[in-house]
Design a protein around this ligand. Structure first.
Ligand SMILES: Cc1cc2nc3c(=O)[nH]c(=O)nc-3n(C[C@H](O)[C@H](O)[C@H](O)COP(=O)(O)O)c2cc1C
Length: 224
């Protein structure tokens, strides 16, 4: 499965089967976690066979069921942590999708105390959010989406820019708010902004990862 196919197939799934993740898949996930921690200066942990974090009132209220595995998205509380959690967390989400698993980001509907304990964070590390993981009872459904014009601006946009925005529109965002905005500011320069909202910096990291998949990293640079 290519990254683009994973982007198309991924939808949030909140109800999971009672099925263990096979060892070889766990190894592949652990490899990706190690790469993400090194490249993203993060302290992500893969927590397995731990049902407590998604048994809380908030988790059940959020319609989660059967969640026993999750990525604990953590790092030192330095500048840009939320953005890196979004960007590299979505890389884990799409890798999981390629490996036949389903996921759902959770910043609110889970038991933070239980997750923190299970993740065995080192002193000073902050748990930003988690990503539920496992074999879904369904594959989820496509979310309602804003239009290209509502989230992007470009005079005579090149194909790569359109593809980048299309991919970003398929990305998960908190409460599906899609409050991001992409502007083509030069021949191959793109500005990515977040227009407020809950967990906006995590969302911005996520949609930038999707944009790069659609547009192709070789075709543009981010405006600093
Ligand atoms: C940063 C972030 C936090 C989220 N937190 C929660 C949450 O606490 N509970 C929940 O049920 N869904 C949560 N979601 C999932 C979104 O509701 C979901 O991604 C959005 O509705 C779009 O649907 P899709 O992922 O199926 O495309 C979160 C998503 C993101 C990106």
């Amino acid at each position: 499965m290519t990254a683009e196919e994973a982007v198309l197939k991924r939808h949030s799934v909140r109800a999971y089967e009672d099925r263990e993740i096979p060892d070889e898949i766990v190894r592949a996930l652990e490899e990706e976690v190690a790469a993400v921690n090194a490249e993203g200066k993060l302290a992500v942990r893969l927590v397995r066979e731990e049902p407590r974090a998604f048994r809380s009132f908030l988790a059940r209220y959020g319609k989660f069921s059967g969640v026993k595995n999750y990525f604990a998205m953590a790092g030192l509380p330095e500048k840009g942590l939320s953005g890196r959690v979004g960007y590299f967390g979505e890389r884990l989400v799409l890798r999981a999708q390629e490996l036949g698993l389903n996921t759902c980001w959770a910043a609110l509907s889970f038991g933070k105390g239980s997750a923190k304990k299970a993740a065995r964070l080192a002193k000073g590390e902050k748990l930003v959010c988690v990503i539920a993981l496992g074999y879904g009872k369904t594959q989820g459904v496509p979310h309602k989406s804003k239009s290209f014009a509502a989230v992007a601006k470009a005079d005579d946009p090149p194909v790569w820019f359109r593809k980048g925005v299309d991919c970003a529109l398929l990305a998960p965002t908190a409460v599906n708010q899609q409050k991001f905005f992409f502007t083509l500011t030069g021949e191959n320069k793109v500005r990515a902004e977040q227009k407020g909202g809950f967990y906006g910096q995590i969302d911005l990291g996520i949609v930038k990862y999707h944009f790069e998949i659609g547009a192709g990293k070789e075709n543009f640079v981010w405006e600093e």
